[in-house]
Design a protein around this ligand. Sequence first.
Ligand code: PRX
Length: 703
Amino acid sequence: MARQEAGVTEAQIAVHWKEEECLTPSVKFIGQAHASDPSILQRFTEDKFPECFREYADLLTWDQYWHTTLDTSNPPFWKWFVGGKLNASYNCVDRHLEQNRNKAALICVPEPEDEEDRVITYQELYVQVNEFAALLRDCCGLKAGDRVTFHLPMLPELPVSMLACARLGVIHSQVFGGFSGQACGDRIVDSGSHVLITMDAYYRNGDLIDHKVKADQAAEHAERNGMKVDKVLVWQRYPGKYSSSVPMKDGRDYFVNDLLTEYRGARVAPVSMPAEAPLFLMYTSGTTAKPKGCQHSTGGYLAYVAGTSKFYQDIHPEDTYWCMADIGWITGHSYIVYGPLALCATSVMYEGVPVYPDAGRAWRIAERLNVNIFHTAPTTIRMLRKAGPDEPRKYQYHFKHMTTVGEPIEPEVWRWYYEAVGKGEAVIVDTWWQTETGGFIGTTLPALHPMKPGSCGPGALGIFPAIYDEEGKEVEAGSGKAGNICIRNPWPGIFQTIWGDPDRFVRTYFAKYCKNKDSKDWRDWPYLAGDGATQAADGYFRILGRVDDVINVAGHRLGTKELESASLTVEEITEAAAVPVLDEMRGRAVEMYVALRPGLSPSEEIATKVSKAIEDIIGKIARPKHVWIVPDMPKTRSGKIMRRVLAGISNFADPGDIMTLANPEIVEEVRHKVQAEKVAIGEVPRELSPEELEEIKRFGNVD
Ligand code: PRX
């Protein structure tokens, strides 16, 4: 704690802000890369915008070619490839049959190591997608524009369900399998889904998890909130066997495998959809308690993920590509399913935990399947490193290309990824993007740009980022100053709106830096990403993290308001504040501060209730690292809780100016209690970098 009083020295700042050295990809990689000729950069310069994206759209098969590349008549509701018609399922499946019918589309690796992989060829995928589409249409009455919620684990039934919906023009909304039944229910209500598609069980860490139980909770929660789920379709982890403890509800719940017997051999013509028809919703956290349903388009989105999969993932027909993300997040939608399958790739998916049953599991899979493109997040890289820093070299796999995504990566972790996992042979792309952006927006082109640990690189092709200060003045590259990173232009993968809340869409992402609300010129509508960033003199961006009240836990976004509302459902609690705390494995973890109703005394039991409420309402990933019961919250004179003060305490950092608080004396009391307990359990964080200190200072700042 002496460190805290001493503050961070200039010398330490100089070390932390040191620019990392660049590395260049191997000649072997460059020789085979899709984008190895620098002329590609010329094709995507700003003067070629928006027509440059024709190159991405031309990777797809259109039923009808478009007449307008970008329609800006109703800003910021951009429309891409207007007049064009296509079907996403056709593009990811049917069109590959003629030449690649027997190629593996998906190789699905179950968690139990003694279970066989499920290898699904494009022909098999075609059959399964068609049969399930017929079932959705004829048995559930679903048609283009309807919404369906999925709560599916990482098994092939998930991409099959997505593609079956896409075939019909039905909008899918997959809720991450680890989210609670209630979180799923909220998303059912918001999207207006009458059908829920789930699975009875799946493996995680060696346990067969009962998942159907969450479907019951979701349907009941939705019904209580005004949305009746007519049908729950249940896939079985072991077809023909029911692996859940809860009964099937008569007239509502159906086993997909039973229903499918009636659709054997069924074929459904892909519905030709307008380019701007919504393809799916993906919910993500924001600054309010209500998650935002990001609505993605069919033509623009698919073109963007196909183009970026080609040039940034460098997927070739002979590659075996493994993205370890969960399809419940945008990464899986874009870079396990839609992007790779649009390119006719072989995409590997894995059901379970990368270090189960031991630290070598991921590398055994890579070796056995001859994976040569690998894609994961810093949180997983840290986990793999901790579990077995020397494991990778015991296995005979060779990656040509690796991706990191989802949160800032520490240069030290980056180097382990490069040297140990990539064996010094693989090029790395650090891809910065968001649920909202559909695909990568900041990254190096692997054969053309040097890699710099900890920096994502320049804007992606056709993406023109800029950093603005609070007044909207551009922060100069190389100035060492941080600001709000924005994208100055629209791009095909950007989400179209927030489902059911277009005002929030405009307010959250465009209002801050809009130069003229009446303008129909895209130049007046920069997109605010919600991240802090710096730009080095060479143009590379370094993403510092969220500037809003969102905590990035293991690469997953959690809204402080969601966490706080969940805590307030515990009757003993009157006030709650969620703050981020540095975590060695997860990047950030959540700590809750709660105050009790008058007359109640703190107890372990109440703290446990808060954790349990968060787990039930949001999901296990949101479980706080600690719940601190405090006598009062530090507040401004207007009564707002100062989260940055609490974040400072949790991270052993300077809580900042507290003199303007209504109750400054409480800070010392809370600090003493919390930090003493942390010290007692050996939980003092490492030295914080200036970027991290800055993040804490900014956090939830209501001044
Ligand atoms: O803060 C940024 C961080 O993750 C946020 C987006 O989270 P989500 O919508 O869940 O999408 C994650 C997968 C695309 C961003 O606002 N983030 C994402 N990628 C990076 C990153 N931070 C630093 N470096 C990255 N490569």
